[in-house]
Write a protein that binds this ligand. Structure first.
Ligand SMILES: *Cc1c(COP(=O)(O)O)cnc(C)c1O
Length: 405
């Protein structure tokens, strides 16, 4: 038995079930375990490590800023936050940003903004504001957020939950229009559902939703914590549909794979509902995170990570589709955000991930049936070719094991 694993099992809450590997080092698209074995990272910490592990420029920025000034709270101005906010607002075409730390906090911020906007701007009667969300959503793990999750396990034992959320099927714009009432503040949606299993909606879905929201004076808030910052082959996944959301949520890769930073961005008339003291976070907007995030979005542009994602994602998806095996039911995604649906009568996604691990590829199942491939966006074509051969080998091995059984 591995004593490190035992120690974590003894002292850590059992809220995850990690694959049995102890990682000690990471560089670019590779990770190393405590026995010196290396792996290709095709998970990227749920897309938080789009820049790759220990990106030299980002590590340099982190170290230099940590030595200069790291955390002072927003009781004061710092020299790093404004320039970063200006840059990210320009890049996303939003007026203002409210910096937080984790994705869930930024989603909570969006919900607060939408509700207050409904009361102060749209003149909805107090405490009547509704927010429409989609079945299969994943927006984080706070009480309010899991309260509108359709995943029974996420909710079980954690009630009571806040009211004011209405669920509709994902990918159905007419369901959105039917659900809107005069009290509707916002529609909160992932442009591609990530944790649900990389679910890509029909073409034009988001554009249709934007039109409906506009018509009914409802805010369209896109949660791009996972799909944003190049992951799907555009800087933002909204851009596939030419949609400019009223509110936008970023996180994960914003920290360049080094630290947590998230934000809610919006138009002035939405963000202006916040007055001093209304909302905040001790670590939100700290100069260390702001400096790293500024560099992270610069690197994203200079290394053309969205373009790489688009090109290499299409290339890799086509290769995966050529795999002739009864284990795979579907391959879907956009850019390097790819889900592989496993036939549950043949194997669990977990079993495939364990076999991938034995073949030096790190991935992670989402739900019981989907294996995700979301490597750092700096990955090369050669590395993807290598990964493909290993993946092919995994299914050949599993077919042999199945026919032997
Ligand atoms: C991961 C994720 C979140 C939550 O982010 P945390 O940093 O884990 O709180 C929110 N929304 C989406 C779409 C995500 O994928």
């Amino acid at each position: 038995m591995n004593t490190i694993i035992d120690l974590e099992e003894d002292y850590c809450a059992h809220n995850y079930r990690p694959l049995p590997v102890v990682l000690v080092h990471g560089e670019g698209v590779y990770l190393w375990d405590d026995e010196g074995q290396n792996y290709l990272d095709m998970m990227s910490a749920y897309s938080a490590v789009s820049h790759g592990h220990a990106h030299p420029r980002l590590v340099k920025t982190l170290i230099e800023q940590a030595q200069r000034l790291a955390v002072v709270s927003r009781a004061y101005y710092t020299d790093k936050l404004p320039k970063f906010l200006e840059r990210i607002c320009l890049l996303t075409n939003q007026d203002r940003a409210l910096p937080m730390n984790t994705g869930a906090e930024a989603v909570e911020t969006a919900i607060k903004a939408a509700r207050k906007w409904a009361y102060k701007v749209k003149a909805v009667e107090n405490d009547k504001a509704e927010i429409i969300i989609c079945a299969g959503n994943f927006h984080g793990r706070t009480i309010a957020i899991i309260g509108f999750s359709s995943e029974a396990q996420y909710r079980d034992g954690f009630g009571p939950f806040p009211a004011g959320f209405k669920s509709i099927p994902f990918g159905d714009a007419s369901a959105l229009e039917a659900a809107i009432t005069p009290n509707t503040a916002a529609f909160l949606v992932e442009p591609i559902q990530g944790e649900a299993g990389i679910i890509v909606p029909p073409d034009g879905y988001l554009a249709e939703c934007a039109e409906i929201c506009n018509k009914h004076n409802v805010l369209l808030i896109c949660d791009e914590v996972q799909t944003g910052l190049g992951r799907t082959g555009e800087f933002l996944a909204c851009q596939h549909d030419d949609v400019q959301p009223d509110g936008l949520i970023l996180g994960k890769a914003l920290g360049g794979g080094l630290l947590p930073i998230s934000m809610f961005l919006a138009r002035d008339d939405v963000m202006d509902v916040f007055n001093p003291g209304d909302h905040g976070s001790t670590f939100g907007g700290n100069p260390l995170a702001a400096a790293v995030a500024f560099e992270a979005i610069s690197v994203l542009g200079e290394e053309k990570l969205p373009e790489r994602s688009k090109e290499l994602g299409a290339y890799f998806m086509e290769k995966l589709r050529s795999l002739d095996t009864p284990f795979i039911k579907d391959i879907r995604g956009r850019g390097l955000f790819i889900g592989m649906e496993i036939d549950p009568t043949k194997a669990t996604a977990r079993a495939v991930c364990e076999e991938l691990l034995r073949n030096s590829i790190l991935s992670k199942e989402t739900h019981d049936t989907v294996v995700r491939f979301a490597p750092p966006l700096i990955i090369t074509k050669e590395e993807l070719d290598w990964a493909f051969e290993r993946i092919k080998n995994v299914f050949e091995t599993m077919e042999r094991m199945n026919s032997a059984a």
